[in-house]
Design a protein around this ligand. Structure first.
Ligand code: HEC
Length: 152
């Protein structure tokens, strides 16, 4: 494939980064790279679980009560990890984290807590009233409400 050079360079960098972090032990990585790898990893896990709910919402996946509740519970616990995972004010070029995260730390963590609460409510309601009755609430995850402010 013919990518323009800047994209190619970025891709190469990301691939090398991925390969080196996949093999390295946490202790081998510089602190700034490690801080980014943890943040990025957590966010991708969040995306994976949110996709399960999203696919059920738009009819791309069969609605399954157990899977629905499990994904919501996973999201609650993943969002609870945002403060400890983003705590270190360290970054590298490839990271999209904005300095505002650490300047407005209380607001940033309050947003994560809000998402955790939504996930807990979806899990609880899903267990009591069923996945179908709870499905509309999946729309409450407006991830861009945080990304627009804290991600480049
Ligand atoms: C509390 C704020 C916050 C919330 C809520 C949040 N994110 Fe993020 N997310 C971030 C920040 C900040 C980054 C950039 C991290 C970095 O690059 O160091 C990020 C990065 C990501 C990434 C990594 C790839 C990329 O584009 O940088 C994915 C995937 C992602 N978020 C998905 C989601 C999804 C899906 C949701 C909603 C279910 C969500 N996020 C909710 C703050 C948030």
């Amino acid at each position: 494939m013919n990518f323009p050079k800047p994209i190619f360079t970025t891709l190469t960098f990301v691939l090398v980064l991925a390969a080196s972090t996949a093999m390295a032990h946490p202790g081998d990585l510089p602190d700034d790279l490690l801080a980014y790898v943890k943040r990025d990893g957590l966010m991708h896990l969040i995306k994976g679980q949110q996709y399960i709910l999203q696919e059920m919402l738009i009819g791309k996946r069969e609605v399954n009560q157990q899977e629905f509740v499990r994904a919501a519970k996973s999201l609650a616990s993943l969002f609870s990890m945002v403060p400890s995972t983003f705590e270190k004010n360290l970054t590298i070029d490839v990271s999209r984290a904005k300095p505002e995260i650490w300047q407005n730390w209380d607001d940033f963590t309050a947003r994560a807590a809000e998402f955790q609460k939504i996930a807990e409510e979806i899990a609880a309601m899903g267990e009591i009233r069923g996945a179908e009755a709870t499905m509309e609430k999946v729309r409450l995850f407006d991830c861009n409400s945080c990304h627009d402010i804290y991600r480049e």
